[in-house]
Design a protein around this ligand. Structure first.
Ligand SMILES: Cc1cc2nc3c(=O)[nH]c(=O)nc-3n(C[C@H](O)[C@H](O)[C@H](O)COP(=O)(O)OP(=O)(O)OC[C@H]3O[C@@H](n4cnc5c(N)ncnc54)[C@H](O)[C@@H]3O)c2cc1C
Length: 323
């Protein structure tokens, strides 16, 4: 998607991918203004959120697709403490008061409605972008020397000699597809997990976080965790249809990693989107391309790859000095 924006702005772009597993093809594609157990606003939400709809609607229009959907969330509290913490936080523009819980949902501690979120159906978008670039002869079979290289290799960057120092904590995630008849499909159900309606009583449930597996293989324990949580909040019977997994590229500092390498102005990175690729892509691709055109348009300093790498080196020097 970054390549598409870059082409539209007149950059000559070629894409090379070595066709390793892609987290984007496994991701549910959800975006939500409030995240985590405590329903806190995401980093720079006010910058990122307003850019989503114009960005993805334009892509839909250019590619003749319908992949961007708003849908409210039913946030189910899992404990008295969770519900209490929410009460104490006061009102939020993204949350309505206590809601009538849809039939078939167990919510003894209550639930609230979260607005402003939705999901992006990512694989058809990636397929269409790939077809378009192939038709233009800009899809490479092997890497080529270029004036500027941008690393968008997801979790693989954490093992790349140039980028490993940027600081990574990649996270394995399992995700399930299920058949659940009798549940109201008008909601994303959030209960420290998510359940996304796909139509015809099919749902996608995710996702686990596991930091000790670096291969994108489904883990039986992951499926078990998700099924147990689902059975705790849902009354209808469920049938498991599919189980997949991927590795999220997560930066230690929990915000994306962007910009030039401190040792090479020819090498850039656009990576580390963690579990919020859909939310941050529109805003940060805009900032990234502005910066490429005009370096005085600085990138958010928290994201700077050069800053991270140099800090990491300083830390290493201090550590060695202490020995
Ligand atoms: C289970 C799960 C659920 C998720 N759910 C959501 C969600 O609901 N919402 C959300 O926003 N995010 C979600 N995410 C996170 C999301 O998947 C990532 O933020 C996003 O996919 C990162 O995109 P990327 O392009 O950086 O990496 P990827 O999608 O992994 O793409 C990396 C690409 O680089 C290629 N590559 C790798 N190495 C090389 C190399 N050496 N040379 C050339 N090419 C290479 C790969 O083939 C791949 O095509 C989820 C992730 C997982 C695992």
């Amino acid at each position: 998607m970054l390549a598409e924006q870059a082409s539209q702005q007149g950059f000559p772009v070629k894409v090379y991918t070595d066709a390793q597993a892609s987290a984007s093809r496994v991701a549910a594609g959800l975006f939500t203004p409030l995240t985590g157990r405590n329903l806190t606003p995401s980093w720079q939400l006010e910058e990122a959120l307003p850019r989503l709809e114009p960005f993805y609607r334009q892509l839909e229009q250019d590619l003749g697709l319908s992949v961007f959907h708003f849908i409210p969330s039913c946030r189910i509290f899992r404990s008295e403490e969770q519900a209490q913490r929410w009460q104490e936080r006061g009102p939020s523009p993204y949350v309505s008061g206590a809601m009538q819980v849809p039939a078939g949902v167990r919510a003894p501690f209550g639930a609230v409605e979260i607005r402003g979120g939705g999901w992006l159906n990512i694989p058809p978008l990636l397929d269409a972008l790939e077809r378009k670039r192939k038709a233009r002869g800009e899809w490479l079979d092997a890497p080529e020397e270029a004036d500027l290289e941008i690393d968008c290799s997801g979790q693989a960057a954490s093992r790349h000699p140039l980028w490993s120092e940027a600081g990574w904590r990649n996270a394995h995630g399992d995700i399930l597809d299920l058949q659940i008849p009798g549940l109201d499909p008008g909601w994303v159900y959030q209960f420290d997990r998510f359940l996304l309606p796909l139509g015809q009583d099919r749902y996608r449930c995710g996702a686990t976080y596991f930091w000790h597996e670096h291969r994108p293989l489904p883990r039986a324990e992951g499926a078990q965790e998700l099924l147990e949580d689902l059975q705790a909040v849902l009354e209808p019977p469920l049938q498991l249809l599919d189980h997949r997994a991927g590795i999220r590229p997560v930066a230690l500092s929990r915000v994306p990693i962007l910009g030039a390498h401190p040792d090479s102005e020819r090498h850039y990175i656009f990576n580390g989107f963690g579990s919020k690729g859909v939310l941050y892509l529109p805003w940060l691709s805009e900032r990234f391309l502005q910066h490429l055109k005009e370096p005085s348009h600085e990138l958010p300093k928290e994201c700077l790859a050069s800053r991270r790498i140099l800090r990491q080196r300083d830390r290493e020097i201090t550590r060695r000095g202490r020995r």
